[in-house]
Design a protein around this ligand. Sequence first.
Ligand code: F0G
Length: 458
Amino acid sequence: MKLPYAEPYKIKVIEPITQSTREERERWIVEAGYNLFNLRSDQVLIDLLTDSGTGSQSAAQWGAIMQGDESYAGASSFFELKGIVERLFDMPYMLPTHQGRAAENVLFSALIKEGDVIPGNSHFDTTKGHIEYRRAVAIDCTIEEAADTQKELPFKGEVDCKKLEEVLQKYPKQQIPFICLTITNNTAGGQPVSMQNIKDVSALAKKYDVPLLLDSARFAENAYFIKTREQRYADKTIKEITREMFSYADMMTISAKKDGSVNMGGFCAMRSAELYEKASTFNIMYEGYLTYGGMCGRDMAALAVGLDENTEFAQLDARIRQVELLGKLLDNYGIPYQRPAGGHAIFIDALKVLPNVPREEFTAQTLGIELYKEAGIRGVEIGAVLADRDPVTRENRYPKLELLRLAIPRRVYTDNHIAVIAAALANVCERKDEIVRGYKIVREAPIMRHFTVRFEQL
Ligand code: F0G
Protein backbone atom coordinates (compact mmCIF):
# COMPACT_ATOMS: atom_id res chain seq x y z
CA MET A 1 0.00 0.00 0.00
CA LYS A 2 1.23 3.50 -0.79
CA LEU A 3 1.78 5.30 2.49
CA PRO A 4 -0.18 8.51 3.17
CA TYR A 5 1.58 11.83 3.18
CA ALA A 6 2.96 13.41 6.39
CA GLU A 7 4.73 16.64 7.32
CA PRO A 8 8.57 16.53 7.32
CA TYR A 9 8.74 17.69 10.98
CA LYS A 10 7.32 16.99 14.43
CA ILE A 11 5.95 19.48 16.99
CA LYS A 12 8.06 20.53 20.00
CA VAL A 13 6.16 23.47 21.49
CA ILE A 14 2.42 24.04 21.63
CA GLU A 15 0.37 27.13 22.50
CA PRO A 16 -3.22 26.95 23.84
CA ILE A 17 -6.04 28.69 21.95
CA THR A 18 -9.28 29.95 23.52
CA GLN A 19 -12.72 28.45 23.05
CA SER A 20 -15.69 30.85 23.24
CA THR A 21 -19.47 30.81 22.92
CA ARG A 22 -21.49 32.32 20.10
CA GLU A 23 -22.98 34.85 22.57
CA GLU A 24 -19.49 36.03 23.56
CA ARG A 25 -18.42 36.35 19.95
CA GLU A 26 -21.58 38.31 19.06
CA ARG A 27 -20.72 40.78 21.81
CA TRP A 28 -17.03 41.03 20.90
CA ILE A 29 -17.68 41.70 17.20
CA VAL A 30 -20.02 44.60 18.06
CA GLU A 31 -17.33 46.04 20.36
CA ALA A 32 -14.86 45.65 17.49
CA GLY A 33 -17.03 47.83 15.23
CA TYR A 34 -17.49 44.72 13.04
CA ASN A 35 -13.84 45.02 12.00
CA LEU A 36 -12.03 41.70 12.49
CA PHE A 37 -8.72 43.57 12.91
CA ASN A 38 -10.11 45.06 16.13
CA LEU A 39 -10.60 41.68 17.81
CA ARG A 40 -8.14 40.54 20.44
CA SER A 41 -6.36 37.33 19.46
CA ASP A 42 -7.76 35.58 22.54
CA GLN A 43 -11.24 36.19 21.12
CA VAL A 44 -10.26 34.06 18.11
CA LEU A 45 -10.11 30.25 17.88
CA ILE A 46 -8.44 29.81 14.48
CA ASP A 47 -6.69 32.91 13.19
CA LEU A 48 -6.55 33.08 9.41
CA LEU A 49 -6.19 36.87 9.23
CA THR A 50 -2.79 36.45 7.66
CA ASP A 51 0.11 34.09 7.05
CA SER A 52 2.43 37.06 7.65
CA GLY A 53 4.70 36.74 10.66
CA THR A 54 2.37 34.18 12.21
CA GLY A 55 4.29 30.98 11.38
CA SER A 56 6.26 28.67 13.68
CA GLN A 57 10.03 28.87 13.55
CA SER A 58 12.21 25.77 13.45
CA ALA A 59 14.56 24.58 16.20
CA ALA A 60 17.47 25.68 14.00
CA GLN A 61 16.00 29.19 13.77
CA TRP A 62 15.55 29.42 17.55
CA GLY A 63 19.14 28.22 17.89
CA ALA A 64 20.30 30.94 15.50
CA ILE A 65 18.43 33.52 17.58
CA MET A 66 20.74 32.78 20.51
CA GLN A 67 23.74 33.27 18.21
CA GLY A 68 22.48 36.64 16.91
CA ASP A 69 25.08 39.41 16.88
CA GLU A 70 23.58 42.67 18.17
CA SER A 71 26.45 44.93 17.08
CA TYR A 72 25.27 48.27 15.74
CA ALA A 73 27.60 48.15 12.74
CA GLY A 74 28.97 45.17 10.82
CA ALA A 75 27.13 42.45 12.79
CA SER A 76 28.00 38.90 11.74
CA SER A 77 24.24 38.17 11.55
CA PHE A 78 23.97 40.81 8.81
CA PHE A 79 26.66 39.04 6.81
CA GLU A 80 24.92 35.68 7.28
CA LEU A 81 21.76 37.22 5.84
CA LYS A 82 23.65 38.98 3.07
CA GLY A 83 25.32 35.67 2.19
CA ILE A 84 22.07 33.77 1.69
CA VAL A 85 20.55 36.73 -0.22
CA GLU A 86 23.50 36.54 -2.62
CA ARG A 87 23.27 32.76 -2.93
CA LEU A 88 19.49 32.63 -3.46
CA PHE A 89 18.78 35.82 -5.37
CA ASP A 90 22.22 36.82 -6.67
CA MET A 91 21.63 40.42 -5.54
CA PRO A 92 24.90 41.99 -4.32
CA TYR A 93 23.35 44.93 -2.43
CA MET A 94 20.87 44.50 0.43
CA LEU A 95 19.24 46.78 2.99
CA PRO A 96 17.43 45.13 5.95
CA THR A 97 14.10 46.70 6.97
CA HIS A 98 11.56 45.93 9.66
CA GLN A 99 9.05 44.45 7.20
CA GLY A 100 7.95 44.48 3.56
CA ARG A 101 6.24 47.86 3.46
CA ALA A 102 9.35 49.42 4.98
CA ALA A 103 11.40 47.97 2.12
CA GLU A 104 8.86 49.58 -0.23
CA ASN A 105 9.17 52.90 1.60
CA VAL A 106 12.98 52.89 1.40
CA LEU A 107 13.26 51.80 -2.23
CA PHE A 108 10.30 53.81 -3.56
CA SER A 109 11.68 56.95 -1.89
CA ALA A 110 14.70 56.54 -4.16
CA LEU A 111 12.69 55.66 -7.27
CA ILE A 112 9.19 57.18 -7.49
CA LYS A 113 8.25 60.80 -8.20
CA GLU A 114 4.88 62.49 -8.57
CA GLY A 115 3.10 61.63 -11.81
CA ASP A 116 4.91 58.31 -12.35
CA VAL A 117 3.13 55.12 -13.36
CA ILE A 118 4.04 51.65 -12.10
CA PRO A 119 2.54 48.77 -14.07
CA GLY A 120 2.34 45.31 -12.51
CA ASN A 121 0.10 42.41 -11.48
CA SER A 122 -2.39 43.35 -8.74
CA HIS A 123 -0.05 45.44 -6.56
CA PHE A 124 -0.47 44.56 -2.89
CA ASP A 125 -2.28 47.22 -0.83
CA THR A 126 0.80 48.58 0.97
CA THR A 127 2.66 48.65 -2.35
CA LYS A 128 -0.19 50.57 -3.93
CA GLY A 129 -0.38 52.77 -0.82
CA HIS A 130 3.30 53.68 -1.11
CA ILE A 131 2.84 54.43 -4.81
CA GLU A 132 -0.31 56.54 -4.37
CA TYR A 133 1.11 58.38 -1.34
CA ARG A 134 3.81 59.66 -3.71
CA ARG A 135 1.07 60.82 -6.13
CA ALA A 136 1.98 58.13 -8.63
CA VAL A 137 -0.35 55.53 -10.16
CA ALA A 138 -0.32 51.72 -9.99
CA ILE A 139 -1.60 50.18 -13.23
CA ASP A 140 -2.92 46.64 -12.90
CA CYS A 141 -2.01 44.47 -15.90
CA THR A 142 -3.10 41.11 -14.46
CA ILE A 143 -4.63 38.61 -16.93
CA GLU A 144 -8.42 38.91 -17.23
CA GLU A 145 -8.95 35.23 -16.34
CA ALA A 146 -7.81 35.96 -12.78
CA ALA A 147 -11.21 37.57 -12.15
CA ASP A 148 -13.12 34.37 -13.03
CA THR A 149 -12.92 32.43 -9.77
CA GLN A 150 -14.16 29.18 -11.32
CA LYS A 151 -11.61 29.03 -14.13
CA GLU A 152 -8.72 26.62 -13.40
CA LEU A 153 -5.40 27.95 -14.67
CA PRO A 154 -1.97 26.76 -13.47
CA PHE A 155 -0.58 30.33 -13.38
CA LYS A 156 -3.49 32.61 -12.67
CA GLY A 157 -1.41 35.44 -11.20
CA GLU A 158 0.34 36.39 -14.42
CA VAL A 159 0.81 39.68 -16.20
CA ASP A 160 -1.01 40.17 -19.48
CA CYS A 161 1.97 41.18 -21.63
CA LYS A 162 -0.27 42.95 -24.15
CA LYS A 163 -1.69 45.20 -21.43
CA LEU A 164 1.83 45.78 -20.08
CA GLU A 165 3.23 46.71 -23.49
CA GLU A 166 0.41 49.22 -24.02
CA VAL A 167 1.43 50.98 -20.80
CA LEU A 168 5.11 50.87 -21.79
CA GLN A 169 4.23 52.42 -25.17
CA LYS A 170 1.88 55.05 -23.78
CA TYR A 171 4.23 56.59 -21.19
CA PRO A 172 7.85 57.71 -21.66
CA LYS A 173 10.34 55.58 -19.75
CA GLN A 174 11.22 58.58 -17.54
CA GLN A 175 7.70 58.27 -16.12
CA ILE A 176 7.97 54.51 -15.41
CA PRO A 177 10.48 53.98 -12.59
CA PHE A 178 9.94 50.19 -12.65
CA ILE A 179 7.57 47.33 -13.38
CA CYS A 180 6.35 45.62 -10.20
CA LEU A 181 5.86 41.84 -10.50
CA THR A 182 4.36 40.21 -7.40
CA ILE A 183 5.18 36.53 -6.82
CA THR A 184 2.90 34.91 -5.90
CA ASN A 185 0.07 37.29 -6.76
CA ASN A 186 -1.55 37.70 -3.34
CA THR A 187 -4.50 39.90 -4.31
CA ALA A 188 -5.55 37.61 -7.19
CA GLY A 189 -5.75 34.67 -4.78
CA GLY A 190 -2.20 33.61 -3.95
CA GLN A 191 -1.87 32.61 -7.59
CA PRO A 192 1.55 31.96 -9.11
CA VAL A 193 3.39 33.46 -12.08
CA SER A 194 5.17 31.08 -14.48
CA MET A 195 8.86 31.33 -15.31
CA GLN A 196 7.82 31.97 -18.90
CA ASN A 197 5.75 34.98 -17.82
CA ILE A 198 8.62 36.32 -15.67
CA LYS A 199 10.89 35.97 -18.72
CA ASP A 200 8.38 37.68 -21.01
CA VAL A 201 7.89 40.58 -18.59
CA SER A 202 11.65 40.89 -18.24
CA ALA A 203 12.07 40.95 -22.05
CA LEU A 204 9.53 43.81 -22.27
CA ALA A 205 11.28 45.63 -19.43
CA LYS A 206 14.57 45.40 -21.36
CA LYS A 207 12.95 46.40 -24.67
CA TYR A 208 11.58 49.60 -23.11
CA ASP A 209 14.59 50.12 -20.83
CA VAL A 210 12.57 50.01 -17.61
CA PRO A 211 13.83 48.13 -14.51
CA LEU A 212 11.96 45.09 -13.15
CA LEU A 213 11.19 44.76 -9.43
CA LEU A 214 10.00 41.50 -7.86
CA ASP A 215 7.71 41.90 -4.86
CA SER A 216 8.89 38.61 -3.41
CA ALA A 217 6.91 37.94 -0.21
CA ARG A 218 5.94 34.41 -1.38
CA PHE A 219 8.74 33.73 -3.85
CA ALA A 220 9.37 30.17 -2.56
CA GLU A 221 5.72 29.19 -3.00
CA ASN A 222 5.93 30.61 -6.51
CA ALA A 223 9.04 28.49 -7.17
CA TYR A 224 7.15 25.42 -5.85
CA PHE A 225 4.35 26.00 -8.36
CA ILE A 226 6.88 26.44 -11.19
CA LYS A 227 8.48 23.10 -10.23
CA THR A 228 5.17 21.26 -9.99
CA ARG A 229 3.29 22.91 -12.88
CA GLU A 230 5.84 24.05 -15.49
CA GLN A 231 7.17 20.85 -16.96
CA ARG A 232 10.69 22.04 -17.85
CA TYR A 233 11.37 22.73 -14.18
CA ALA A 234 10.21 19.40 -12.70
CA ASP A 235 13.79 18.23 -12.05
CA LYS A 236 15.16 21.54 -10.78
CA THR A 237 15.51 22.32 -7.08
CA ILE A 238 13.56 25.18 -5.47
CA LYS A 239 16.87 27.02 -4.99
CA GLU A 240 17.78 26.66 -8.68
CA ILE A 241 14.34 27.90 -9.72
CA THR A 242 14.61 30.82 -7.29
CA ARG A 243 17.97 31.86 -8.75
CA GLU A 244 16.56 31.76 -12.25
CA MET A 245 13.43 33.77 -11.31
CA PHE A 246 15.54 36.53 -9.82
CA SER A 247 18.07 36.48 -12.66
CA TYR A 248 15.42 38.28 -14.73
CA ALA A 249 14.95 41.09 -12.19
CA ASP A 250 16.92 44.21 -11.29
CA MET A 251 15.75 44.57 -7.71
CA MET A 252 13.45 43.11 -5.08
CA THR A 253 11.45 44.02 -2.03
CA ILE A 254 10.46 41.29 0.39
CA SER A 255 8.30 40.87 3.43
CA ALA A 256 10.35 38.14 5.13
CA LYS A 257 7.36 37.41 7.38
CA LYS A 258 5.99 35.04 4.75
CA ASP A 259 8.43 32.79 2.90
CA GLY A 260 11.34 33.95 5.05
CA SER A 261 9.63 32.02 7.89
CA VAL A 262 10.26 34.71 10.50
CA ASN A 263 7.89 36.72 12.68
CA MET A 264 9.29 40.11 11.68
CA GLY A 265 11.64 41.41 9.01
CA GLY A 266 12.19 42.28 5.38
CA PHE A 267 14.68 43.83 3.03
CA CYS A 268 15.21 45.36 -0.35
CA ALA A 269 18.03 44.19 -2.59
CA MET A 270 19.36 45.31 -5.94
CA ARG A 271 22.09 44.92 -8.54
CA SER A 272 22.81 48.63 -9.04
CA ALA A 273 25.45 50.22 -6.80
CA GLU A 274 24.07 53.64 -7.67
CA LEU A 275 20.55 52.74 -6.53
CA TYR A 276 21.97 51.19 -3.36
CA GLU A 277 23.75 54.48 -2.56
CA LYS A 278 20.53 56.42 -3.02
CA ALA A 279 18.34 53.99 -1.06
CA SER A 280 20.92 53.77 1.75
CA THR A 281 20.19 57.32 2.82
CA PHE A 282 16.48 56.53 3.17
CA ASN A 283 17.25 53.30 5.01
CA ILE A 284 19.31 55.22 7.56
CA MET A 285 16.59 57.87 7.92
CA TYR A 286 13.56 55.59 8.14
CA GLU A 287 14.85 52.22 9.38
CA GLY A 288 18.30 52.10 10.92
CA TYR A 289 21.96 51.79 10.08
CA LEU A 290 22.88 49.91 6.89
CA THR A 291 23.80 46.61 8.54
CA TYR A 292 20.63 46.20 10.60
CA GLY A 293 17.99 48.60 9.22
CA GLY A 294 14.81 47.60 11.02
CA MET A 295 16.00 44.26 12.40
CA CYS A 296 17.70 42.92 15.51
CA GLY A 297 20.81 40.83 14.92
CA ARG A 298 18.93 37.76 16.18
CA ASP A 299 16.11 38.35 13.70
CA MET A 300 18.58 38.55 10.81
CA ALA A 301 20.19 35.32 12.02
CA ALA A 302 16.81 33.55 12.14
CA LEU A 303 15.93 34.89 8.69
CA ALA A 304 19.17 33.58 7.19
CA VAL A 305 18.22 30.07 8.42
CA GLY A 306 14.54 30.51 7.47
CA LEU A 307 15.36 31.45 3.87
CA ASP A 308 17.61 28.41 3.55
CA GLU A 309 15.11 25.96 5.11
CA ASN A 310 12.02 27.25 3.36
CA THR A 311 13.58 26.86 -0.08
CA GLU A 312 13.57 23.07 0.37
CA PHE A 313 10.82 21.19 -1.46
CA ALA A 314 9.53 19.15 1.50
CA GLN A 315 8.72 22.25 3.59
CA LEU A 316 6.80 23.89 0.77
CA ASP A 317 5.07 20.65 -0.18
CA ALA A 318 3.65 20.23 3.35
CA ARG A 319 2.44 23.81 3.42
CA ILE A 320 0.83 23.95 0.02
CA ARG A 321 -0.78 20.53 0.44
CA GLN A 322 -2.49 21.82 3.60
CA VAL A 323 -3.95 24.80 1.74
CA GLU A 324 -5.06 22.37 -0.99
CA LEU A 325 -6.72 20.18 1.64
CA LEU A 326 -8.92 23.08 2.69
CA GLY A 327 -9.85 23.55 -0.97
CA LYS A 328 -10.79 19.88 -1.32
CA LEU A 329 -12.99 19.97 1.78
CA LEU A 330 -14.75 23.08 0.47
CA ASP A 331 -15.31 21.26 -2.82
CA ASN A 332 -17.09 18.52 -0.89
CA TYR A 333 -19.42 21.15 0.59
CA GLY A 334 -19.83 22.94 -2.76
CA ILE A 335 -18.38 26.23 -1.50
CA PRO A 336 -16.92 28.37 -4.32
CA TYR A 337 -13.41 29.84 -4.02
CA GLN A 338 -10.74 31.24 -6.31
CA ARG A 339 -9.59 28.13 -8.19
CA PRO A 340 -7.16 26.49 -8.06
CA ALA A 341 -6.22 26.72 -4.36
CA GLY A 342 -3.56 29.41 -3.82
CA GLY A 343 -0.16 29.01 -2.22
CA HIS A 344 -0.88 30.62 1.12
CA ALA A 345 -4.65 30.95 1.32
CA ILE A 346 -8.08 30.05 0.09
CA PHE A 347 -10.09 33.00 -1.18
CA ILE A 348 -13.84 32.43 -0.82
CA ASP A 349 -15.99 33.96 -3.57
CA ALA A 350 -18.32 35.97 -1.33
CA LEU A 351 -20.60 37.18 -4.14
CA LYS A 352 -21.42 33.55 -4.94
CA VAL A 353 -21.76 32.47 -1.28
CA LEU A 354 -23.95 35.42 -0.17
CA PRO A 355 -25.70 36.51 -3.38
CA ASN A 356 -28.37 38.43 -1.45
CA VAL A 357 -26.00 40.91 0.21
CA PRO A 358 -25.43 43.95 -2.09
CA ARG A 359 -21.82 44.91 -2.83
CA GLU A 360 -22.50 48.39 -1.44
CA GLU A 361 -23.07 46.64 1.90
CA PHE A 362 -19.69 44.86 1.76
CA THR A 363 -20.47 41.23 0.94
CA ALA A 364 -17.09 39.69 1.80
CA GLN A 365 -16.91 41.61 5.07
CA THR A 366 -20.37 40.28 5.90
CA LEU A 367 -19.20 36.72 5.21
CA GLY A 368 -16.14 37.25 7.41
CA ILE A 369 -18.32 38.43 10.30
CA GLU A 370 -20.68 35.44 9.88
CA LEU A 371 -17.76 32.98 9.91
CA TYR A 372 -16.36 34.59 13.06
CA LYS A 373 -19.71 34.43 14.82
CA GLU A 374 -20.15 30.81 13.71
CA ALA A 375 -16.87 29.37 14.99
CA GLY A 376 -14.41 32.07 16.11
CA ILE A 377 -12.51 31.85 12.81
CA ARG A 378 -10.98 35.11 11.63
CA GLY A 379 -10.36 35.69 7.92
CA VAL A 380 -9.82 38.96 6.08
CA GLU A 381 -11.85 40.85 3.50
CA ILE A 382 -10.23 41.30 0.08
CA GLY A 383 -12.92 43.32 -1.62
CA ALA A 384 -14.48 46.76 -1.62
CA VAL A 385 -13.30 47.70 1.89
CA LEU A 386 -9.67 46.92 1.02
CA ALA A 387 -9.98 48.51 -2.44
CA ASP A 388 -10.66 51.81 -0.65
CA ARG A 389 -11.67 55.04 -2.36
CA ASP A 390 -10.31 56.44 -5.61
CA PRO A 391 -7.59 58.93 -4.59
CA VAL A 392 -8.95 61.56 -7.00
CA THR A 393 -12.76 61.15 -7.01
CA ARG A 394 -12.96 59.74 -3.42
CA GLU A 395 -15.66 57.32 -4.66
CA ASN A 396 -15.70 53.76 -3.33
CA ARG A 397 -13.83 51.41 -5.67
CA TYR A 398 -15.44 48.04 -6.44
CA PRO A 399 -12.85 45.51 -7.58
CA LYS A 400 -13.79 42.65 -9.90
CA LEU A 401 -13.69 40.20 -7.01
CA GLU A 402 -15.20 40.29 -3.57
CA LEU A 403 -13.28 37.68 -1.55
CA LEU A 404 -12.88 36.44 1.99
CA ARG A 405 -9.27 35.33 2.39
CA LEU A 406 -8.48 32.47 4.73
CA ALA A 407 -4.69 32.61 5.03
CA ILE A 408 -3.03 29.58 6.56
CA PRO A 409 -0.06 30.35 8.85
CA ARG A 410 3.00 28.14 8.21
CA ARG A 411 3.37 25.08 10.50
CA VAL A 412 0.76 26.35 13.01
CA TYR A 413 -2.56 24.51 12.58
CA THR A 414 -3.21 20.80 12.07
CA ASP A 415 -5.43 19.19 9.47
CA ASN A 416 -8.10 18.90 12.20
CA HIS A 417 -8.25 22.70 12.38
CA ILE A 418 -8.60 22.75 8.60
CA ALA A 419 -11.62 20.41 8.87
CA VAL A 420 -13.25 22.76 11.42
CA ILE A 421 -12.79 25.74 9.08
CA ALA A 422 -14.49 23.95 6.20
CA ALA A 423 -17.40 22.72 8.35
CA ALA A 424 -17.94 26.19 9.85
CA LEU A 425 -18.15 27.71 6.38
CA ALA A 426 -20.61 25.02 5.33
CA ASN A 427 -22.81 25.99 8.30
CA VAL A 428 -22.74 29.66 7.24
CA CYS A 429 -23.64 28.64 3.68
CA GLU A 430 -26.62 26.71 4.94
CA ARG A 431 -28.04 29.96 6.32
CA LYS A 432 -27.31 32.01 3.18
CA ASP A 433 -30.98 32.74 2.40
CA GLU A 434 -31.38 34.42 5.79
CA ILE A 435 -28.31 36.66 5.28
CA VAL A 436 -29.64 39.51 3.13
CA ARG A 437 -28.18 42.70 4.57
CA GLY A 438 -24.61 43.79 5.20
CA TYR A 439 -22.91 46.77 6.85
CA LYS A 440 -22.28 50.47 6.37
CA ILE A 441 -19.05 52.30 7.20
CA VAL A 442 -19.31 54.77 10.08
CA ARG A 443 -15.63 55.69 10.45
CA GLU A 444 -12.66 55.39 8.09
CA ALA A 445 -9.08 56.62 7.67
CA PRO A 446 -8.06 58.62 4.56
CA ILE A 447 -5.73 55.84 3.29
CA MET A 448 -5.59 52.06 3.90
CA ARG A 449 -8.91 52.27 5.68
CA HIS A 450 -9.43 48.51 6.14
CA PHE A 451 -7.18 48.33 9.21
CA THR A 452 -9.19 50.77 11.32
CA VAL A 453 -12.58 51.11 9.63
CA ARG A 454 -15.71 50.72 11.82
CA PHE A 455 -19.10 49.48 10.62
CA GLU A 456 -22.73 49.48 11.66
CA GLN A 457 -25.03 46.57 10.89
CA LEU A 458 -27.83 47.30 8.39
N1 F0G B 1 3.84 42.53 -0.72
C1 F0G B 1 2.99 41.49 -0.63
C2 F0G B 1 2.72 40.66 -1.84
C3 F0G B 1 2.36 41.21 0.59
O1 F0G B 1 1.51 40.19 0.66
C4 F0G B 1 2.65 42.02 1.71
C5 F0G B 1 2.02 41.78 2.99
C6 F0G B 1 3.55 43.08 1.56
C7 F0G B 1 4.13 43.31 0.33
C8 F0G B 1 3.89 44.00 2.72
O2 F0G B 1 4.67 43.34 3.65
O3 F0G B 1 3.26 43.23 5.73
O4 F0G B 1 5.71 42.83 5.79
O5 F0G B 1 4.85 45.10 5.41
N2 F0G B 1 1.03 41.03 3.14
C9 F0G B 1 0.40 40.65 4.39
C10 F0G B 1 -0.79 39.80 4.08
C11 F0G B 1 0.12 41.76 5.32
O6 F0G B 1 -1.56 39.55 5.02
O7 F0G B 1 -0.96 39.37 2.95
P1 F0G B 1 4.60 43.65 5.24
